[in-house]
Design a protein around this ligand. Structure first.
Ligand SMILES: Cc1ncc(C[n+]2csc(CCOP(=O)(O)OP(=O)(O)O)c2C)c(N)n1
Ligand SMILES: [Mg+2]
Length: 585
């Protein structure tokens, strides 16, 4: 057979997997990898920091349902990529990372003194789904197939393959390229019919069943199936933080996670929980009382594609291994017409009564919008965005108090239009996620609410957005502080407990290094060719967002927010409580 290179083999295998786009920064050590991919018609998107490539790949995977591919070059490139690996693996996004390493024979093990080299496999192995090095060209196809198999098995995350530079760039013989169905399962896992029937029986007989769903529903694309099951059962739906929005919040059956007390109330009232694609982790309070009814009062059906997630954090009554979409579709068929009228009426009455808590919380939150002083209360930023951006615009909440304000004032109307780092809470990751979202959905609006601390981590990517024509609109909440940490210090550092008002006053500011200097985010944006705006009154927001949209390129809106009010983001008390173990079973 004709000659190729290791890079050529990888490129053709990725082509077979349907990869059209990948993310990374160029380097000579893997020239043949990205060059062959481009040669085959794939698009290479190139940020200015490697971690951003991982975030772009993660967001792209989450929004398209495809594999997100990113690359990084040996030594410093991989070192820079590490935070991206931690975040994207934590968030459970299906990312394949291919890196170069130094030539075979001098590394693995390092003979001592190799340039731009560290044990990339050991390091990434500790923070991902899997990591392997290719030691010889003969084993390259087999090990890449193994990485691809792992990518599509169990909970998604980051899978890594390290390929020495001489194998990527050196010539070798062509090899037959297999189709994905020849080396991995390409049909979803079918739940056992007997378990499906048992689940249907339990859900029909329950007094007040509810659904709690995680990102498994999102990865399976089971949005319509979820809505159908919720309607058939008249069952309210809560979500994990990261799965927020998989169920349209325009539905009266949606309990958005921001209404924490209303969610807790519901989770205590329900006598049966159908948990689909969620590991019931810390942000779900581990499924424990007092945030949920204890197991003796509330039964649990758990459905997951990962055996390891079943019954891990809370005892289950029925553990089902299966794909979320297949399960929900088959369940809907079995449920049709089975819940009798009297039972449905009783559930309607119970759900209606519980909805009062949700409405009350919404009204309390919305009352804040009546304050139209300048600089603005942060709530105006997401509220104005929700009025202007399309329902199917993708919104990214970066982190800190800015994300809490954003989540609290954004109704998620179309499934899979929200990104955040719900597991890592990683400041600055939102910038790459937003750019990845714009690549994934070029015909949709994309906007990102981000703090002024977080934006400082990745601002340079505005130039990437301009270079690749990605029309992201960033709204930087400028309070000139590490806001979320400052509010914590305000209380934690006081020797005697002060009244709330005094603790917030400037005279008692004993905080350590929480204040930041002024950065003109709009001017920085303009310096990179983007559109810039600066606003401080609530009334200026809408015209500024409209001008940003009309600019038809990346835009940064510097939003001067009321720094003191910004500290008091809604529900922070609960966020603090979440760090403690719940008291109950
Ligand atoms: C990468 C990273 N470093 C540190 C932290 C810890 N941390 C959490 S919130 C926060 C302050 C956030 O400040 P900013 O981005 O300005 O948002 P604000 O809270 O002011 O809205 C910090 C430092 C983090 N979550 N991520
Ligand atoms: Mg800030």
């Amino acid at each position: 057979m004709a000659d190729t290179t290791g890079g050529g083999i990888i490129a053709r295998m990725l082509e077979q997997e349907g990869v059209e786009t990948f993310f990374g920064i160029v380097d000579g050590t893997y020239l043949q990898l990205f060059a062959q991919c481009v040669e085959l018609g794939m698009t290479m998107i190139s940020p200015r920091h490697e971690a951003v490539a991982a975030h772009m790949a993660g967001a792209y995977a989450r929004l398209t349902g495809k594999l997100g591919v990113c690359i990084a070059s040996n030594g410093p490139g991989v070192a820079n990529m590490l935070s991206g690996v931690a975040v994207e693996n934590g968030e459970g996004n299906r990312v394949l990372l291919i890196t170069s390493s130094r030539r075979t024979g001098i590394v693995y093990p390092d003979r001592g003194g190799a340039y731009q080299s560290f044990d990339q496999v050991k390091t990434i192995g500790a923070m991902s789904k899997g990591s392997e090095v290719v030691q010889s060209i003969e084993r390259l196809p087999e090990l890449l197939r193994r990485a691809l198999r792992a990518s599509f098995t169990g909970r998604p995350g980051v899978v890594h393959l390290d390929v020495p530079e001489n194998l990527i760039n050196g010539s070798c013989a062509e090899v037959p390229i297999l189709a994905p169905h020849q080396y991995r399962r390409v049909v979803p896992i079918e739940p056992p019919p007997a378990q499906l029937e048992r689940a249907a029986e339990m859900l029909v007989a329950a007094r007040l069943p509810m659904l709690h769903v995680g990102s498994g529903v999102l990865h399976a694309g089971a949005f319509a199936e979820l809505a159908k099951v919720a309607e058939l059962l008249h069952a309210p739906v809560t979500t994990s933080w990261s799965a927020r929005g998989v169920f349209s919040e325009t539905s009266p059956l949606a309990w958005p996670m921001v209404h924490i007390e209303a969610c807790t109330q519901l989770r205590n009232e329900a006598d049966l929980v159908l948990c689909v694609g969620s590991e019931l982790g810390e942000t779900d309070w581990w499924g424990k009382a007092p945030y949920w009814a204890p197991p003796r009062k509330q039964r649990l059906i758990q459905v997951d594609i990962d055996d390891a997630a079943l019954g891990r954090n809370r005892a289950v009554d029925l553990a089902i291994l299966g794909d979320a979409r297949v399960f929900l579709a088959a369940l809907a068929e079995r449920l049709a017409g089975r819940v009798d009228r009297a039972r449905l009426d009783a559930r309607r009455a119970a759900v209606g009564a519980l909805a009062a808590d949700k409405a009350k919380d919404r009204a309390t939150l919305d009352a804040v919008l009546e304050n139209r002083s300048a600089p603005m209360i942060t709530a105006h930023v997401p509220a104005a965005c929700r009025r202007i951006f399309d329902d199917d615009a993708v919104v990214i909440f970066d982190g800190g108090n800015s994300a809490v304000w954003g989540q609290s004032y954004t109704e998620l109307r179309v499934p899979n239009t929200q990104l955040s780092t719900a597991h890592l809470g990683h400041l600055g990751a939102g910038v790459g996620q937003a750019l990845g979202a714009a690549v994934a959905r070029p015909d949709k609006q994309v906007y990102c609410m981000i703090g002024d601390g977080a934006m400082g981590f990745q601002m340079q990517e505005v130039e990437t957005a301009i270079r690749h024509g990605l029309r992201v609109i960033f709204l930087v909440c400028a309070d000139r502080q590490w806001g979320m940490v400052k509010i914590n210090q305000k209380f934690a550092l006081e020797p005697v407990k002060l009244s709330f008002k005094r603790a917030l006053g400037p005279d008692h500011d004993r905080t350590i290094n929480t204040d930041l200097g002024e950065i003109h985010w709009d001017r920085l944006a303009e310096a990179m060719g983007a559109h810039g705006e600066r606003v401080s009154e609530p009334g200026e927001l809408e015209p500024a967002i409209r001008r940003a949209l009309a600019a038809e390129r990346c835009a940064v809106i510097h939003c001067d927010v009321n720094a003191n009010a910004h500290l008091l983001a809604p529900g922070l008390r609960w966020f603090k409580d979440m760090h403690q173990e719940p008291a109950g079973e």
